[in-house]
Write a protein that binds this ligand. Structure first.
Ligand SMILES: C[S@@+](CC[C@H](N)C(=O)[O-])C[C@H]1O[C@@H](n2cnc3c(N)ncnc32)[C@H](O)[C@@H]1O
Length: 411
């Protein structure tokens, strides 16, 4: 008995006894990833294209591959009409190819094809996220990848505010300029990687403030990286250090120079500190200390509603564990949400929200309050804004939840 191997074409599938007539099994749609480090198509992808009767892809992808003359093409745009054409080709047993960026199974078209009931054979290539980290010269195990494609920017922005290494898949109107605007005030370095794997590739190290002022080409990936301790954190005068060398502050590294060889970023061992090391310990220039896992802990290792002894505080100015447990539960902290801790004191409420994945702004009038010290002790990012509420609240990004210390309400 012979069986059709997925992806091997329209082979006859014979019954065991020979009494069943051969059946043509429709071919899966071949989804070809376009490499984000510029490698040519694989022999399998070239063969799939050579045999295709229908090729679907973005204009830039169609222009970059050899589509045999006379083959039907659909230029993306909206996906729905293309899905109809693919379904018709599949039903008719016609070989079809979809061109997509990077790894099509990673924030890509594979999900939509499968949802439409189409069987797929995926030929992945290097993802734009892997390529962006490679071009920046950084390791990225533990980095979080979020998308702003076709959805609200807020959750992606809050992930960048909360975590030290985040890659954002962008879309027109939800890219480096908009994310830079939202990260102003947070200590972050940004890497903007445009047109990866093409002759127009450009990799730029910049700051949130400078990113706002630039026009960025589509497509681009944005890396948001913790800046060295002491940069920004509510201090508009402090800027994250941007590595020098191949790319200076807000410097672009373009094709034909160092950018294509991946040395646009920091020198040294090139890695985010993977050991949860304290500030200044092992991280490359321009990137601050990074928790070993870079993950918001759904259940923090040490738990939450911690005893008061887990925080430095003065004169018992700390929200007690029992009250904190209720408050944190009501604030619903998680990755993608922004919490204000107003009148933060020791910062315990905001810190426990950050331990659960939220981005946090702690507002405190006393510059000597130990919020930053406690946040560092618990390994979380909390932006401290020093000043009197409500006066200082006006310029802050809108929160999803607010805790008002000193017995005020939560909402
Ligand atoms: C729908 S996602 C697809 C991601 C893709 N599956 C991958 O692995 O790269 C589209 C986004 O990926 C990023 N992207 C894809 N190709 C890119 C490229 N050549 N250069 C820079 N960014 C790219 C952009 O952020 C773009 O908006």
């Amino acid at each position: 008995m012979t069986r059709s191997v997925p992806g091997s074409g329209s082979e006859p599938v014979a019954g065991g006894s020979g009494s069943v007539p051969p059946v043509l099994r429709p071919e899966p749609v071949v989804v070809v990833g376009m490499d984000a480090v510029g490698r040519p198509l694989s022999p399998s992808a070239v063969a799939a294209l050579a045999g295709a009767r229908l090729v679907v892809g973005a204009a830039r992808h169609l222009a970059a591959v050899p589509v045999p003359s006379g083959v039907d093409t659909v230029v993306l745009g909206p996906l729905a009409p293309a899905l109809d054409r693919l379904a018709a080709a599949h039903a008719a047993g016609q070989p079809a190819v979809v061109l997509a960026s990077g790894d099509p199974g990673f924030f890509g078209v594979v999900r939509r094809l499968r949802a439409a009931g189409l069987p797929v054979r995926v030929l992945p290539a290097v993802s734009s996220v892997a390529a962006a980290f490679a071009r920046a010269g950084l390791d990225w195990d533990g980095a979080v990848v979020v998308t702003a494609h076709g959805r609200e920017l807020g959750p992606a922005l809050n992930a960048c505010r909360a975590l030290p290494a985040v890659a954002v898949l962008t879309a027109p109107g939800a890219g480096a300029a908009e994310i830079g605007a939202g990260l102003t005030g947070w200590a972050r370095c940004l890497v903007v990687a445009e047109h990866l794997g093409t002759p127009a590739e450009r990799v730029t190290w910049t700051t949130p403030e400078q990113a706002v002022t630039r026009a960025w080409a589509d497509p681009h990936v944005l890396l948001s990286l913790a800046a060295p301790a002491g940069a920004a954190d509510g201090d508009p005068g402090a800027q994250p250090a941007v590595p020098t060398g191949a790319a200076d502050r807000d410097g672009a590294v373009g094709p034909g120079d160092a950018g294509r060889s991946g040395d646009a970023g920091p020198v040294g061992d090139g890695g985010l500190a993977g050991d949860g090391a304290p500030a200044g310990d092992g991280g490359p220039a321009g990137v601050g200390p990074v928790r070993a896992d870079n993950q918001p802990a759904a259940a923090p290792v040490g738990g939450w509603a911690l005893p008061e002894s887990a925080y430095r505080h003065r004169d018992s100015m700390i929200t007690k564990a029992e009250v904190r447990a209720l408050a944190v539960a009501r604030l619903r902290p998680r990755l993608g949400r922004l919490v204000w801790d107003v009148g933060a004191g020791s910062g315990s409420v905001g810190i426990e929200c950050a331990l659960l994945g939220a981005a946090v702004i702690a507002v405190e009038r006393d510059p000597a309050a130990p919020v930053a010290e406690n946040a560092a002790r618990h390994g979380v990012a909390v932006r401290v804004v020093t000043g009197d509420a409500p006066a200082v609240l006006g310029g802050l990004p809108d929160p999803d939840a607010v805790f008002v210390g000193g017995g005020g309400p939560t909402c």
